[in-house]
Design a protein around this ligand. Structure first.
Ligand SMILES: [Fe+2]
Length: 448
């Protein structure tokens, strides 16, 4: 694992508390930010990113720190403001743990809400897969736990998917006790309209999933609940050689009994890029780990882009490596969610997912060409968020936005790349008043 200049001063801390993984201690607001270059006038809204930032400065695992949101507001070519705020969860406010170690009962109102920030039906949700969503406003102030009028009875994945045709938000909750997996659908107005327990699921860690025009695809992969690891206070999941790796395909209008499970080669996938229907097959591109967390939930390994072709008639899944770069945080133009995608955007690392990223890569999956934006020595981008230039813009006609950390200056900026040619210099760089720690996922949120 590579280290930053500042991280070498703290050699005894685990990686997730050192250097730019380490938390910031201040909530800051700043206005009329300095800009180098020209911010596209079409960008009107908020670039928000979530990530763990333990209030106490301590955390037993990278995934456990209290969620902190970083938001830059853009308006008519200006970077109007930056602010960072903790998500005021019960974990943050009360120090609640959310799990009763005697009974295993999980309180879904507690978790750290540190993984993603997701807009739907005019609301913004801070998400972590162990808990209910937490609503925040455009000022990044916490509104409160959102359980869809009491209808949601499970945790909610940090990776819901919104269908571009219906506006429905699809998601799931998983648990280490039955029902292991429950699928949910929220209509375009924010009402929970469907919850289905999925037959045949198991106690695996299910971080993300995919939808197509007609199906929902779950990934039941061999990282499973591990009581010993849970009791140690670390992640309650580890690699399990005895667990069969499978994907499950359910019709979007179907029930939990309508799922079909198909074997895949043992692996782990945090994130698919996207999936789509192609006749009797489903094409699904994923960032695939050969294995991960063998006996140690801090032992991250490299991931590479692969294509699964799920043949629903033959009952087989073909697996094809698409590139040998080490990549994670795959994103698309969200308008093609569940539809054929030509382009994908990923963050490239040099050694592992738990190391600093060095570049953003745009894949053209039609031509096989990869266009790379290297940020330079010591400069690390976060996940690239694609924002179309207009509603009518084509799939790559827009902007790729990323929070970028500069180790030499120990500061961060937002970089805006032209998504049609990300190899070019950034069209705009917005200097931020403090560093933004390495974190997880972000979104583009329109103003209300
Ligand atoms: Fe994720």
């Amino acid at each position: 694992m590579t280290t930053t200049a500042s991280s070498s001063e703290e050699p005894k801390k685990p990686f997730h508390l050192r250097g730019n993984y380490g938390p910031v201690s201040e909530e800051v607001e700043s206005f009329d930010l300095a800009v180098e270059g020209a911010i596209p006038a079409s960008l009107n809204g908020f670039l928000v990113r979530n990530g763990p930032n333990p209030k106490s400065g301590e955390s037993p695992h990278w995934f456990f720190g209290d969620g902190m949101l970083h938001a830059v507001e853009f308006e008519r070519g200006k970077a109007k403001s930056y602010r960072n705020r903790w998500v005021h969860t019960r974990k943050y406010l009360e120090g609640a743990s959310g799990i009763d170690m005697e009974t295993g009962a999980v309180d879904l109102t507690v978790g750290p809400s540190n993984t993603h920030i997701y807009p739907h039906a005019g609301k913004l949700f801070a998400l972590v897969e162990s808990s209910f969503p937490v609503e925040v406003d455009r000022g990044m102030r916490t509104v409160g736990v959102h359980d869809f009028d009491g209808k949601l009875k499970t945790a909610m994945t940090a990776h819901p998917k919104t269908c571009p045709a219906t506006g429905e938000m699809h998601f799931f909750g998983y648990a280490f006790t039955e029902p292991y997996l429950v699928y949910h659908c929220v209509d375009k107005n924010g009402r929970l309209i469907k919850s289905e327990a999925i037959e045949g699921a198991g106690p695996s860690m299910m971080h993300d999933f995919a939808i197509t025009e007609n199906f929902v695809v779950f990934m039941d992969l061999p990282i499973t609940f591990n009581l010993e690891s849970a009791m140690s206070g670390s992640m309650p999941y580890l690699w399990n050689d005895d667990y069969d790796a499978r994907v499950g395909v359910m019709p979007r209008g179907g029930s939990g009994r309508d799922i079909n499970w198909y074997s895949v080669n043992a692996c782990y996938v945090f994130h698919p890029l996207n999936a789509y229907d192609d006749g009797n097959t489903i094409v699904m591109d994923v960032c695939r780990y050969e294995d991960m967390w063998r006996g140690d939930a801090a032992a991250f390994t490299p991931a590479h882009l692969h294509r699964w072709t799920i043949d629903r008639v033959a009952g087989t899944v073909a697996e094809q490596p698409l590139d040998d770069r080490e990549v994670e945080f795959p994103r698309i133009d969200d308008r093609v969610t569940g539809r054929p995608h030509r382009y994908g955007y990923v963050a490239q690392s040099k050694s592992s997912v738990a190391s600093e990223t060095t570049a953003l890569v745009k894949y053209d999956l039609k031509t096989g060409v990869a266009a790379t934006h290297e940020f330079g020595p010591g400069r690390s981008p976060s996940e690239g968020v694609f924002v179309p230039d207009s509603d009518a813009a084509g799939e790559d006609e827009g902007w790729l936005l990323s929070y970028v950390y500069d180790a030499a200056e120990n500061c961060s900026e937002v970089a805006i790349l032209d998504a049609q040619d990300p190899t070019k210099a950034a069209v705009a760089r917005i200097r931020l008043p403090q560093r933004v720690p390495f974190g997880f996922h972000g979104c583009w949120a329109p103003p209300i």
